[in-house]
Design a protein around this ligand. Sequence first.
Ligand SMILES: [Ca+2]
Length: 370
Amino acid sequence: MIRLVVLTIVMLAAASLSSRSQPNQLLTTEEAQVVVETVARGLDHPWGLAFLPDGRMLVTQQPGRLTIVSVDGRVSPPLAGTPRVHGGLMDVALDPAFSENHLVYLTYVAPCAGGWATAAGRGRLNTAATALDDFHVIFQQQPASPIQDHFGSRLAFTPDGKLFISMGDRDEPDRAQDLATDIGKLIRINPDGSVPPNNPFVRHAEGRPEIWSYGHRNIQGLAVHSDTGALWAGEFGPTGGDEINIPEPDCNYGWPLVSWGDHKDGRPIPRPTTRPDLADAIYHWTPSVSFSGMTFYTGSALPAWRGNLLLAGLASQALIRLTLAGSRVTGEERIPMGERIRHVAQGPDGLLYLLTDENEGRILRVSPAH
Ligand SMILES: [Ca+2]
């Protein structure tokens, strides 16, 4: 009897192991045969990913944990010294001079007077890689809002060393047009939180000096073009109307005056979809593909994808690949992944790493099939 119970437990353990370990997947895509394998698992809604110089990964988990994932997939305990967040630790980025200063930047939902605000801060990764020391806020969205939605928020450094932080409209669309708020804006600051003197509203009283562009709904994708150095941004549309923009300073990207989609509650947004005084998206989707992170692929491992823009599809459960000619999108491929993808990043090995948006989220690696 005891032996039978033991055997049953062993069999159950084996069954649960095999259901948890996903086999490598071979995918035939338009331009390449690729293998998708699980690198790490057990991450609670992983959101942002930054590669340390030695190949380890700093990964945010949305409920508020920052962890380090080793090259062979071991997940560290949460790092100490990270900020208190309200259900929303979002992006992570390394300082461009990380090798010298060890600075790590985070975006998150900060609880504060009046509700919640998208915030960004930075701290120094300690030598043991167990904590961020001296973490402090470098930006906090003004004003806070009691609505717990549309927080953005990605981080990106442009080649001139400026730091961009993307915002959402906090589900208060009209505020995306109000230059006295950071809501529905793209923010540009120096890494220490100060405002660059050449920001568009520094000398104009009508706008907050940290604003770069406005009329955005909810930007969760930022990527710097490898050749031009220009920042590209992706935002969620309402019902339809997901967009890619190349945000220029002092430009109005239209939300909610115009959109390629309609309001979530079914109210139509009057057509036309753009106006001469507004900047239009370079590409858009209706119905929505609902993408979050994005990256330009520059590696040599998947030569057929070099120069493409890759997007992490949530509702579309796909890796979306756009081919480009300059700033024009010339083609689109959706590679079904079978689960929500939150982010896509290129590793130092030239392979692609995806984060799945699940309670038991994983890091997937996409490599060429040989
Ligand atoms: Ca727009």
